[in-house]
Write a protein that binds this ligand. Structure first.
Ligand SMILES: Cc1cc2nc3c(=O)[nH]c(=O)nc-3n(C[C@H](O)[C@H](O)[C@H](O)COP(=O)(O)O)c2cc1C
Length: 381
């Protein structure tokens, strides 16, 4: 199986599974507890049917949207994800370059493996910086200042990770940073030697957003301890309001699920929210973002940009979310499996296929621009 044999999410996932050691594949593919929410995120789109219109003159399609003050050539962006150089040695460099080619936005995680400055210098496309809130307020201020100086376009504070999710696949393999593999986990690395050769022959693994502040070397600070010891579980709306004021630019809360929280986010001056359950990796049993979309758009859609992510695998999923009122849709595993399968070429192919799908689906729906999508196009089962 090669890259050109990959035509959809499932093909890329299969190729990634072949290339990656089991513990790394399962870190990407896995979710919390029984992974019910993970499965439901995609299944929720299937409760909803598209109702097309015909004979509307659809030879040219405009997929552009403006969201969080950024003009995107298509309504799909790469959501921030951790540790990308573990999945492919090009890591964030590949994702940023592919996002730029598609004219869309990409996120850099606090747990990213390439520095936000390097990516900002190398690419013109809008860049999101995903932030976690630390106990040390001075550290928060310093990190925001650093992002401001680097020229980050959107600050995105993740608020659904106040504690780590229960990822049982990782417990079984021993996946953690630094690695503490079980015997079974080690064997799975041993049978994928190409990954190992690639890993040791490229630049040393690091977390440049954090390593000035946190010593991750020699096991002194694991990611697990970073979450439990450095992040602040006492964070409240007042803290976020202060951050919004200090950032004084496009500010987005990621991981909002309730109408009450969406209203609060609008009140404290956020420019947008991402309805998200972290790809099912945090609270299992929580509702799918697509199922929460309509009521949140109805409550705050006229004041702030409502985005969503979770379970998106198809152009039709994107069309359904936009028809309900989302301004743009984030993807995670949709580009991570292609990254693992083939680096930049993989992510480019995946985003290109997504663009082609959306364009084709828009034509079949009888729409020439995103603004023509509406709830009239949808029926729920
Ligand atoms: C491997 C992996 C790592 C992730 N790392 C982060 C992260 O560092 N920060 C964050 O806010 N979200 C992170 N996410 C969540 C994504 O940003 C996004 O919300 C989620 O992947 C969307 O679901 P999907 O994978 O079904 O598209 C991660 C997701 C995955 C799969």
């Amino acid at each position: 199986m090669r890259l050109r044999d990959c035509h959809n999410f499932h093909d890329f996932r299969r190729l990634a599974k072949r290339r990656l050691p089991g513990p790394i594949f399962n870190y990407i593919d896995g979710a919390a507890d029984d992974e019910v929410t993970y499965r439901r995120n995609t299944a929720s789109f299937e409760r909803c049917d598209l109702v097309p219109n015909i004979l509307r003159g659809v030879e040219t399609i405009d997929l552009s949207v403006t969201v969080l003050g950024q003009k995107l050539a298509m309504p799909v962006y790469c959501s921030p994800t951790a540790l990308q150089r573990l999945f492919h040695h090009q890591g964030e460099r590949a994702v940023a370059a592919a996002a730029e080619k598609s004219g869309t936005m990409f996120g850099v995680s606090s747990l990213g493996t390439v520095s936000l400055e390097e990516l900002r210098k190398a690419h013109k496309t809008p860049q999101v910086y995903q932030f976690y809130f630390h106990k040390d307020r001075g550290l928060n201020r310093a990190m925001m200042q650093r992002a401001k100086e680097a020229g980050v376009d959107v600050m995105m504070l993740t608020v659904d990770s106040i504690t780590g999710g229960n990822r049982e696949r990782d417990l079984r393999t021993g996946f953690s940073i630094p690695f503490r593999l079980t015997l079974g986990g080690m064997l799975q690395f041993a049978i994928k030697p190409l990954w190992g050769i690639n890993y040791v022959t490229h630049e040393r693994f690091k977390l440049p957003q954090l390593d000035e502040h946190v010593d991750m070397s020699g096991g002194a600070m694991s990611i697990g301890r970073y979450f439990t010891e450095m992040l602040d579980p006492s964070m409240t709306w007042n803290d976020v309001a202060e951050m919004v004021r200090a950032w004084n630019g496009q500010f987005c809360l990621k991981g909002v699920m309730s109408v009450a929280d969406a209203r609060r986010a609008a009140e404290i001056g956020c420019s947008g929210i991402v309805i998200s359950n972290h790809g099912g990796r945090q609270l299992d049993g929580s509702r799918a973002p697509f199922d929460q979309l309509a009521e949140i758009v109805d409550a705050v859609g006229d004041r702030i940009d409502v985005l969503m992510d979770g379970g998106v695998q198809r152009g039709t999923h994107v069309l359904k979310a936009l028809s309900l009122g989302a301004k743009a849709v984030g993807v995670g595993r949709f580009y991570l499996f292609p990254l693992a399968a083939a680096g930049q070429a993989g992510v480019e192919r995946a985003l290109g296929l997504m663009r082609t799908e959306i364009e084709r689906d828009m034509k079949l729906m009888g729409c020439t621009s995103i603004s023509q999508l509406s709830r009239d196009n949808l029926r729920f089962r």
